[in-house]
Design a protein around this ligand. Structure first.
Ligand code: NAD
Length: 699
């Protein structure tokens, strides 16, 4: 037909081959010839059955996201048109799936009568992750094939399933043993010979009948999967659409799905989530690290320190299939660290998220030592010892002496100067920061700190290894606290000030959870441990009125059962503590502050506007390359609500002129530096510019 769609014949079976690299996205230039081909084959009496297959490394992995919100997306034949035409073909139609069938790809496959998949294939509807729902019949057809409970789990989570899972639930009719297309052709031939009947998915009622009679099991599944959606519209719309598929007739349910889709795709949440999708890809582009820069080969990793971070970092490597040696100061500390790792894996097994075999395999990749010589053959070594420059330098001096040439030497420091650490070695080009977030085996963010002398291939190595161990890397420059913790400092300062001026911790935290954060700043202090900030402040000669006082009382947070809140009998549920209320009142009195009522709006302005302001300073200084990198840091490392796209994207929505005006107001009132508007922010506000103007792909 053209380069994107070719039709081959195997006797009476037609094979339609789609070829739109890299992932066969359903762009208009593919939809047009595909639609035409389907119409021709439908009317060709010599064709007994049709197989839809893909060239390249995967089946169709989705709609063309760059068309979202543009006229092209709706231009005929739209994806729903295509699915409808395909589904109405009376002769048997078979999708031959390899790689991934995602989003629009799976919707296309669902418009076929049958699906044959390669055993390594994965199938899913991940639209929810972009703040939308499947808009080409996915929510109406999938429940008819796998049942509404499985469908709602798949659609609300957006997580793809394996070919064997798909086979078990009827989504795949056959798992290919040999050549996928040959198997699919044989399957189609068999079906054509059988003479049918070939019931289109739209007319299948068998899997939804039970839920129609008694919706309790379905509703229980909905409740479970929508429990943690925190103000996101898309997961709820997904669940409602599946409910419609059960309760309404096919055409009405399809029409409702379309309405949901158009509403969501035009909304701020979806724009924010699409922004983040592109931002993550954009973050991988680093100045001076082009395709010609080849990463170094990493076969074995080393980690220094088996504490909170070292243990989690070592687990990340073991989880990613990379053997790792952990070094501690002495046997006791090592045993404690390794014991914690084993316990953590044990918890995953007891929760059913890890098998005993996987646990054994991961533990098998871990080795402990107290002897630096055992790290001599490591290709990358990450230091995670106490946050003190003298200790870091001593450790890097030892690494310099034993590491083979070319080993990447990384520090997990939260605040310290990576250039100074690098200078304590004879090979500063091999040194950089790799700042993981706690718990390091869970949190996806990795700030890669580029030192003055860090070599491009060392950065490329860190970026590559980050992906391999499932992290989202963002390259940042050297400054105190890098991007994330530096901005957090601005937020923390004002959170405390609000307490002294009249807010309660629970009021501040509620303003945050109402905004969409998983938790507020004070619940976060308690989770992370107040002593961490305390030690860090002491090292810098800084103080924090409430934070220091709580630490002096031994209230370090959840780990001591008391922090800003009270945690009784090992509970993780923060309870207000009158003792803390008294402490706050006393500290305010000492400072002559008349406590007053504080509104939720004031809390947001005084905590989040300084966050944006500090982000703008970071951009001015070139510590972050682009505003969207800052968004990635905050969404993946600090729980900034995804539906708001990160602080910089949110600031654009909020309006920069408004933010500058309020910052000026608070600066005038308090004289605090955190409120002094950054030059960049003022300039953009005056010129009607935006911070995330860089990500032009977002409609
Ligand atoms: P931790 O106290 O839990 O662990 C530090 C470990 O290092 C201890 O087990 C200690 O025995 C070991 N250690 C100390 N000196 C050593 C040496 N000379 N040789 C070998 N082992 C040594 O601390 P942590 O929270 O894991 O922090 C480690 C580093 O990670 C710090 O630089 C910290 O700033 C950074 N960090 C911490 C967090 C966090 O949330 N805890 C987050 C990101 C980064």
């Amino acid at each position: 037909m053209n380069d994107y769609v070719t039709v081959k014949r195997d006797g009476e079976i037609a094979v339609v081959l789609l070829d739109n690299p890299p992932v066969n996205a359903l762009s208009l230039h593919l939809r047009e010839p595909l639609h035409a081909a389907l119409e021709t084959l439908r009317d060709d009496e010599g064709v007994a059955a049709i197989v839809v297959a893909c060239a390249g490394r995967t089946f169709v992995s989705g709609a063309d996201i760059t068309e979202f919100g543009t006229p092209k997306q709706l231009q005929s034949p739209s994806l729903p048109d295509l699915c409808s035409t395909l589904e109405k073909i009376a002769k048997p139609t078979v999708a031959a799936i390899h790689g991934t069938a995602l989003g629009g790809g799976l919707e296309l496959a669902l418009a076929c009568h049958f699906r044959v998949a390669d055993k390594g294939a994965r199938l899913g509807l991940p639209e929810v992750k972009l703040g939308i729902l499947p808009g080409a019949g996915g929510t109406v057809r999938l429940p008819r094939v796998v049942g509404p409970e499985k469908a709602v789990r798949m659609i609300v989570s957006g997580t793809p399933i394996s070919a064997s899972d798909a086979f078990e639930h009827g989504l795949v009719d056959q798992v290919a043993e040999g050549d996928l297309v040959q198997d699919a052709v044989a399957f189609a031939r068999e079906k054509a010979k059988s003479g049918g009947p070939f019931v289109p998915v739209r007319d299948r009622e068998d899997k939804i009948a039970a839920a129609r009679e008694d919706p309790s099991a379905f509703e229980a599944a909905v409740k479970e999967v929508t429990r943690k959606v925190r103000g996101l519209e898309a997961p709820l719309a997904c669940a409602e659409a599946v409910r419609n598929a059960v309760n309404l007739d096919f055409d009405t349910a399809i029409q409702k799905e379309r309405e949901f889709f158009l509403k969501l795709v035009a909304g701020d949440q979806s724009r924010a989530q699409r922004h983040l999708f592109f931002a993550e890809r954009e973050a991988a582009k680093v100045e001076g690290v082009g395709k010609e820069v080849k990463p170094r080969d990493i076969r074995r990793a080393g980690v220094i320190g088996a504490g909170t971070m070292g243990g989690g970092i070592a687990m990340s490597f073991a989880n990613g299939g990379i053997p790792v040696t952990i070094l501690e100061m002495n046997r006791e500390a090592l045993d404690r660290g390794l014991g914690t790792i084993e316990k953590n894996y044990g918890i995953s097994v007891s929760r059913g998220s890890l098998t005993e075999e996987e646990k054994a395999a991961r533990l098998g990749r871990l080795k402990g030592t107290t002897d630096y010589a055992d790290l001599a053959d490591c290709d990358i070594i990450i230091e995670a010892v106490f946050e003190e420059m003298a200790i870091k330098k001593e450790v890097f001096g030892k690494l310099d002496a034993i590491a083979k040439p070319g080993t990447v030497l990384a520090s997990n420091t939260s605040y310290l100067d990576v250039n100074e650490i690098a200078a304590s070695t004879s090979r500063p080009g091999d040194v950089l920061g790799m700042h993981f977030f706690s718990p390091a085996n869970v949190m996806r963010l990795l700030e890669i700190v580029r030192g003055e002398k860090t070599a491009p291939d060392v950065l490329a190595t860190a970026l590559t290894i980050a992906k391999k161990i499932g992290k989202v890397p963002v390259v940042v420059g050297v400054c105190h606290g890098f991007v994330g913790n530096r901005m957090l400092g601005a937020r923390n300062e004002e959170s405390e000030a609000l307490l002294l001026e009249g807010a309660t911790p629970q009021q501040v935290d509620k303003a945050f959870t109402d905004f969409g954060w998983p938790m507020g700043p004070f619940a976060m202090w308690d989770l992370a441990g107040l002593d961490i900030g305390w030690r860090n402040r002491k090292a810098q000669g800084k103080t924090a009125v409430i934070g220091d006082a709580l630490c002096e009382m031994g209230r370090f947070g959840q780990k001591t059962g008391k922090g800003v809140y009270l945690y009784e009998n090992g509970s993780r549920d923060p309870q207000p503590d009158p003792e803390v209320d008294r402490l706050i009142e006393e500290k305010a009195r000492e400072r002559g502050i008349n406590r007053r009522d504080i509104s939720e709006q004031e809390i947001i302005e005084r905590t989040l506007y300084p966050l944006v302001n500090e982000g703008a300073r970071i951009l001015e200084e070139g510590i972050a390359a682009r505003a969207s990198d800052i968004d990635i840091v905050w969404v993946n490392g600090y729980g900034f609500p995804v539906g708001k796209g990160g602080p910089m994207f949110w600031a654009d929505l909020e309006g920069l002129p408004k933010i500058v005006e309020r910052l000026e107001y608070w600066h005038g009132k308090t004289g605090k530096d955190v409120f002094k508007p950054a030059t960049l922010l003022k300039k953009l506000a005056e010129s009607q510019g935006t911070l995330s103007g860089g990500s032009k792909k977002v409609a």
